[in-house]
Design a protein around this ligand. Structure first.
Ligand SMILES: [Zn+2]
Length: 294
């Protein structure tokens, strides 16, 4: 628990260095976020309609009741993901680093890290709301209860790699980094039956050796983020504090001890409100990524 309460400070200390790393690596290209096609959906439309799916119904009374239980009104339905995946991963070469998906759909992607908090109510909430999430899990945080995350995986949420022990990767040797990524890849594959496609370095900190280790251990990309959910609000990387189509949002499995008394479900409800206020909805990250062939 203590480790997690400290991590917020780590973010602050490391954020500057990491942004530099992204820029220096040529990985943080933002070309997709300024496209003029982003505002095609009318704010109150039940679907953003960009895929041409006709007749998307307004949320049913049942859906509305399930959302109301959590103090929420339904987000627009998730649009059909593009058949031609906007992010194509390769099996060779340096793994790419990305913090958003190039798309004009008014969707964002929620990623939830570590796995320390295992609130049963959050599972109930996910059943009720059917909002897709991607989990970047650390073995140290999840090994007390692998089953909790299996329940979420069985609901269709993907599990991705976030190291065995949550170190600051670029302070480790190449061998040490490889142990962290390959070790966790093995655990997650054995426990959940699917080899993770994606890797996120703790605190966002990585270097050249991290990219080598990730490639050798199996994941085909490093996932960064554009916004970070705190207790009630998001921290934005951009000074205008606006979501953009395809943004990846970072959140954590945290509970009242780390969130000053706020529960995981309250934090998640706040996150959905922040997304709703900006007329976005939530899509599944893996639906926009084409894994390497073969
Ligand atoms: Zn983490």
């Amino acid at each position: 628990m203590k480790r997690h309460s400290r991590s917020g400070r780590f973010y602050g200390a490391l954020a500057g260095a990491v942004v530099v790393a992204l820029t220096a690596g040529g990985c943080g290209a933002d070309g997709g976020s300024g496209t003029g096609t982003a505002a095609t959906a009318s704010p109150s439309a039940p679907s953003d309609g960009t895929t041409g799916t006709p007749g998307t119904a307004a949320p049913s009374a049942d859906t509305a009741a399930l959302w109301k239980k959590w103090g929420l009104t339904p987000l627009p339905e998730t649009p059909e993901p593009p058949a031609d995946k906007p992010l194509k991963l390769s099996a060779t070469g340096p793994v790419p680093v990305f913090s958003h998906i190039p798309t004009s759909q008014k969707v964002v992607f929620i990623t939830i890290d570590d796995g320390a908090e295992k609130d049963p109510e959050f599972i109930e909430m996910m059943r009720d709301l059917e909002i897709p999430i991607t989990m970047f899990l650390t073995d140290d945080s999840i090994k007390s209860d692998y089953g909790y995350f299996r329940t979420l995986a069985e609901m269709g949420h993907h599990i991705q790699n976030h190291t065995l022990h949550h170190p600051v990767m670029n302070t480790l040797s190449e061998a040490g980094q490889k142990e962290e990524v390959c070790g966790n890849q093995k655990v997650l594959t054995e426990r959940y039956g699917t080899a993770p496609l994606l890797f996120r370095p703790p605190y966002g900190a990585y270097d050249h050796n991290t990219r080598t280790a990730v490639r050798e251990c199996g994941p085909a990309a490093i996932v960064w983020w554009r916004e970070s959910m705190q207790i009630k609000n998001m921290q934005y990387q951009d000074p205008d504090k606006k979501l953009r189509p395809g943004d990846i949002i970072l959140a954590h499995f945290r509970g009242p001890q780390e969130l000053k008394g706020t529960t995981m479900t309250e934090m998640f409800a706040q996150l959905l409100r922040r997304i709703q206020e900006q007329d976005f909805t939530v899509a599944r990250l893996e639906d926009y990524i084409q894994p390497p062939a073969g």
